[in-house]
Design a protein around this ligand. Sequence first.
Ligand SMILES: Nc1ncnc2c1ncn2[C@@H]1O[C@H](COP(=O)(O)OP(=O)(O)O)[C@@H](O)[C@H]1O
Ligand SMILES: [Mg+2]
Length: 384
Amino acid sequence: MTDTHSATGGDVRLSGISKTYGSFTAVHPLDLTVPQGSFFALLGASGCGKTTTLRMIAGLEEPTTGTVHLGDKDVTDLPPYKRPVNTVFQSYALFPHLNIYENVAFGLRRRGVKSVKKQVGDMLDLVQLGDKAGHKPHQLSGGQQQRVAVARALINHPQVLLLDEPLGALDLKLRRQMQLELKRIQTEVGITFVHVTHDQEEAMTMADTVAVMNGGRVEQLGAPADLYENPRTTFVANFLGTSNLIEAEVAEASSDITVTAGGGKLRLPADRCSADTRTGGKLLVGIRPEKISLAHADDASGIPLGRNKVTGRIVDTSFNGVSTQYVVDSPAGTALQVYEQNIERDSRLTPGAEVVLHWNPAHTFGLDAAQDIDAGVEKVEDAA
Ligand SMILES: Nc1ncnc2c1ncn2[C@@H]1O[C@H](COP(=O)(O)OP(=O)(O)O)[C@@H](O)[C@H]1O
Ligand SMILES: [Mg+2]
């Protein structure tokens, strides 16, 4: 776990930084340390304050409170051009009349550097566009243009590269390729990248550390796998992938918590609970869809002892090649999601079938029940 209050060692350190516009608070006082040389993602839905945070690091926005340190230097009062950072935006705005070579050379020429050839050549090699040096931007694909924008920023040797939804304009397949490409570039140059995105898969694929933002606050920060396996809020559980959240009541608490839900009993490890676990208290039992196995009710006797079990009925299935997604209604909860890999498909598992969902209790997490159970669930109108 990163010490977010550490006084040294961070390449970007935000202390109590906030931004208000009139009576509206876009970013609540925020403490954040981005370790040097890491790939850091700010992840959250549109309007949660990602760009504002990034702009305060760049000096494009004056914080209402707090300070920004880059390395050991307090840059809070420095104008953007005096900060050792560069920003790559979604609209990369290359100079249309200049060829790729001159676009990349621009920063060097402006600083009066005379011999740019080697550096520009190295940069074009880094982004694998050496053969496009003489082309104009409009002759390149969107992904190639975005790589030019990255090269143009990196040639200034910034201490930190800020990226604000740089892949947002690209179609899905190209975006996936560019994610791997950007990750490779970051590993190669070793510069700190702070990457803003609303795409949770993008953040998890690329970043060493992800800060999940919600309503101007960081809800949780950690390595992708840790955030995914151990969400501490319903927002993180729902926003990062999909979670089944089941309302339950604590029946017994020791190193394992036993709860009742929908008339049945479930168990979960106490150390995976971020909720009050007093007997009689309420909590939300969380289980990821891919951790659940599905058995036809006729085969229920074959389920090994010690598994968590929920009986229900399939209401929907959708086949998508690698896996099948099942939606199951049960007394413990409606619309429970189950993802099954397509290895041996059981032809009885169709809508209407009575089934038992079962999983290893160790894969279960517990959340505070005093939260909105649907926080962070993607709504249809957000998906556009
Ligand atoms: N200059 C501004 N004046 C007033 N409100 C603003 C301004 N800039 C941003 N906001 C508001 O602050 C919130 C956060 O914006 P932003 O940081 O751009 O979010 P994100 O990048 O996560 O989509 C939004 O509600 C936005 O409308
Ligand atoms: Mg934004």
